[in-house]
Write a protein that binds this ligand. Structure first.
Ligand SMILES: C[S@@+](CC[C@H](N)C(=O)[O-])C[C@H]1O[C@@H](n2cnc3c(N)ncnc32)[C@H](O)[C@@H]1O
Length: 229
């Protein structure tokens, strides 16, 4: 999720979508190669169990501070599994992937993003934080056979539902049986309708935490349906 605070007022999501998200000439945090000049800025991620110094930059989501939704997910979401493959879908400069990797050093955490500058930062931040089990990589480079025990994501809601829905389904269908995805989305950005949509697609979805408009959704893999045709 994105913070209404950092990008636009909660009262303006439709205007935002019409003027920014649909206009390819306007820079977005999800641009593949941000045009804004690089101007790195330090960020301190403080959680009850760890504190990490990270670097953010222009053209990357939440420059200069950790997003409030991300913080909520890391504070209130469940701990990562002890082993296996974990995914951070839309890693940005890496706060989610790095935290979960440090919390569970025997997992491998795939940090994927389409934004090249974000991926470079995530890789460098992981190295400086000592999170050697983070693999920062373009989504298409994750080997097709990899299946995830857990997915943690502050998903790119602002890309629009037409792109978000297939993106989520693509990765959720790579959850192992018994695995789960934890998505943080603000209600002003459609968390509740997203939960209903996911349930309608066959993914058992429930709200496991809620605070200040942010919801953490637990999404379970859909069970295969026999096709009798
Ligand atoms: C809301 S931001 C969250 C960033 C980071 N996880 C954080 O919490 O600060 C969503 C991220 O998804 C990325 N993104 C957009 N489209 C994507 C796609 N198709 N595949 C993977 N990542 C994508 C954006 O570039 C952005 O970095």
């Amino acid at each position: 999720m994105t913070t209404p605070r950092s990008h636009t007022s909660p009262a303006l999501p439709i205007l935002y979508r019409a003027t920014v998200a649909d206009n390819p000439r306007v820079p977005h945090y999800f641009d593949r190669e941000p045009q804004a000049a690089s101007q790195p800025r330090p960020v301190t991620l403080r959680l009850p169990d760890l504190e990490v110094r990270l670097t953010s930059d222009h053209g990357v989501f939440a420059r200069g501070g950790v997003d409030r939704g991300t913080l909520f997910l890391l504070r209130r979401g469940p701990a990562p599994p002890p082993s296996g493959e974990v995914l951070d879908l839309g890693c940005g400069y890496g706060p989610i992937a790095i935290t979960q990797a440090l919390r569970s050093p025997t997992t491998r955490v795939w940090a994927v993003d389409i934004n090249g500058r974000a991926l470079e930062l995530a890789a460098r931040n992981a190295a400086s934080a000592g999170a050697a089990n983070v693999v920062a990589i373009a989504p298409e480079d994750v080997p097709t056979g990899i299946r995830f025990s857990a997915i943690y994501s502050n998903p790119p809601v602002r890309i629009g539902l037409a792109m978000l829905h297939p993106l989520l389904v693509e990765w959720l269908d790579r959850l192992l049986p018994g695995g789960a995805a934890y998505l943080v989305v603000h209600r002003h950005l459609g968390s509740d309708s997203l939960a209903r949509w996911l349930a309608g697609e066959g993914f058992a979805t429930e709200r496991v935490a809620s605070h200040d408009g942010y919801r953490i959704l637990r999404v379970q893999p859909r069970t295969a349906v026999e096709d009798d045709r």
